[in-house]
Design a protein around this ligand. Structure first.
Ligand SMILES: [Fe+2]
Length: 327
């Protein structure tokens, strides 16, 4: 090229465009952690995968108790002293919700006897005292995270326990205050939103596990709210079952999106039946699931589940943000 200045400008533009295309946000998903057993996935995340964010999706410890809420605290301290835990906390931002076993009891909902004590333990242990007011009816909160390339990711941590009715045709998942909170969060601008819940949202057929489909009109109400707020680019991240899968919206949900269900960082079980799977269930026992957001011109998510023992990706799935929306 004859003009050195033009040449330099073109090179700068090219490098910037490449940097933009190369921008990747990495989000680990951890949960269903048996604190009494080794969990090599935690140091694997901290040392090798080095995520920007770490979602703790629930059953972060198994701490069932009907007699002593301090039992929950003690189990969380076991987690805190696990190999890799503090390094991961120091080097990635934690986004946290709970499910039944770290709330304090299997399948527990709004009638759990230690719900208040458990909430205070959760706020303190996970360093969420500034995010979750002491008097809030649950541990729900949300964060808007601006990425180095200017894009904004919203994380909405739902609490599917504190106000949850017993399953049935009239049951509610969230409680009125949390519904209002969710509405106001969905109205905030964001380029991508992750809605987190300890149990599955898009699972369309009731199984022996808990899911939104068993909670009356809650799921219908959720999608009505998504529609009325005009919120876009929503992806669900859930836990509860001890394997890893990706679901797509069932035919009776007109908002087409995906749900990454990833739990069981050191345990597994036989997968249940889901008729709307996009990625088949992966029951790797020591799994390290990671969501990569690739901020290309047509941004996409590449979800990978690593087998920690084999040190390789065992299954993966990609989808574009442009695939998400009302169809
Ligand atoms: Fe679990």
């Amino acid at each position: 090229m004859k003009h050195p200045l033009l040449c330099t400008i073109i090179s700068i533009l090219f490098v910037n465009a490449m940097a933009q295309d190369d921008a990747v946000t990495k989000i680990a998903v951890l949960g269903c952690h048996n604190q009494g057993s080794p969990a090599p996935a935690i140091p694997y995340f901290a040392d090798k995968l080095q995520p920007d964010y770490s979602i703790w999706i629930g059953d972060n410890v198994y701490a069932d108790t009907e007699t002593d809420p301090q039992h929950i605290q003690r189990q969380l301290e076991v987690l805190e002293n696990k190999d890799g835990y503090k390094k991961l906390r120091d080097n990635s931002k934690y986004m946290v919700t709970w499910d039944d076993h770290d709330y304090g009891l299997n399948d527990a909902g709004k009638d759990y006897v230690f719900k208040e004590e458990s909430k205070q333990i959760h706020r303190k242990f996970w360093r969420l005292e500034n995010e979750i007011p002491s008097e809030r009816d649950g541990i729900y909160y949300a964060k808007l995270e601006k990425q180095p390339n200017g894009k904004v990711i919203q994380f909405i941590m739902l609490d599917g326990r504190f106000n949850r009715d017993d399953p049935g045709p009239e049951a509610d998942a969230l409680g009125e205050n949390q519904w209002k909170f969710l509405e106001s969060e969905l109205k905030k601008p964001a380029d991508l939103r992750f809605i987190l819940c300890g149990y599955q949202v898009l699972l369309n057929k009731p199984t022996r596990w808990e899911a939104w489909i068993k909670l009356g009109k809650s799921r219908e109400r959720l999608f009505d709210l998504i529609k009325s707020t005009g919120a876009q680019n929503i992806v669900f991240v859930t836990g509860d079952q001890h394997y890893v899968e990706v679901l797509h919206s069932p035919s009776n949900v007109d908002y087409k999106t995906f749900e990454i269900m990833a739990a069981g960082i050191n345990k597994n079980e036989v997968p249940g039946i889901a008729t709307n799977r996009s990625m088949k269930a992966d029951k790797t026992i020591h799994s390290a699931p990671i969501i990569e957001v690739h901020w290309t011109a047509d941004p996409y998510i590449h979800f990978k589940n690593y087998d920690v023992e084999k040190d390789r990706v065992n299954s993966d799935f990609r989808f574009k943000l442009s695939e998400i929306g009302w169809k």
